[in-house]
Design a protein around this ligand. Structure first.
Ligand code: SF4
Length: 216
């Protein structure tokens, strides 16, 4: 550990605050440095950064009576001016708490809850449902790639469902897609909402899943 970190850490432990300033440090700890320049050369940024990141530490910009602004770290602002005066010899002219650094937003969004349950409980189909795990639109991240068509963003992999977006994975023996498996889903009475209809059509064209009768 560098000498400046030793000075700051000791002061923080003993007094509950530390003045991160080489001139003040050199004056308070002549046993560590020959003068302010000596202390400045030892004033490692890494040590300061480590102290600033201590959980619960608060940061202040303190204007000394000679007009110089120094950085002070303290566990509490309670009677800070008075406590500083004990080590500086005079009360500071001004103390302003620095804005705490913004907490960065988590880079990984927590996964949305998985969605179970059929989206079409009121529609009876002759063919049973298929699992999302057997669908080409189920991603490695366990999400549905066509949520506007299916109505679910994060479905359960193993739960069978009837779904307008269903398309068997490449190499599946049963090549039938949603349109062929469950024509009941595409009847006039249960047509997809207008917002999803165009996407369903595009999907049909892409995979050629329109039933022959439906294409005619
Ligand atoms: S399209 Fe339907 S069956 Fe395919 S992954 Fe999405 S929800 Fe599951």
């Amino acid at each position: 550990m560098d000498k400046f970190s030793t000075y700051a850490g000791n002061q923080l432990a003993a007094a509950g605050f530390t003045v991160l300033d080489s001139r003040v440090a050199a004056r308070l700890r002549p046993d560590l440095w020959r003068g302010a320049l000596d202390a400045e050369s030892e004033s490692a940024d890494r040590g300061r950064a480590r102290l600033r990141s201590l959980p619960g530490i608060r940061r202040f910009e303190v204007t000394l009576d000679e007009g110089r602004v120094v950085e002070v770290l303290a566990w509490s602002p309670d009677r800070l001016a008075e406590r500083l005066a004990w080590v500086l010899g005079r009360a500071p002219a001004r103390i302003v708490e620095a804005t705490p650094p913004a907490v960065p937003a988590p880079s990984v969004r927590p996964p949305a809850p998985t969605q179970a349950g059929d989206q079409h409980p009121d529609i009876v189909t002759a063919e049973p449902g298929r699992t999302c795990g057997s669908c080409a639109h189920f991603s490695a991240g366990q999400t549905c790639r066509v949520p506007r068509i299916s109505g679910v963003g994060r479905p359960l992999a193993r739960e069978p469902r009837i779904c307008r977006g269903y398309e068997p994975v490449f190499g599946a023996r049963d090549r039938r897609g949603a349109r062929v498996l469950w024509p009941e889903l595409f009847s006039e009475a249960s047509a997809p909402p207008a917002s999803a209809a165009a996407e369903v059509e595009a999907l049909d064209d892409k995979h050629g899943t329109l039933a022959p009768t439906a294409r005619e």
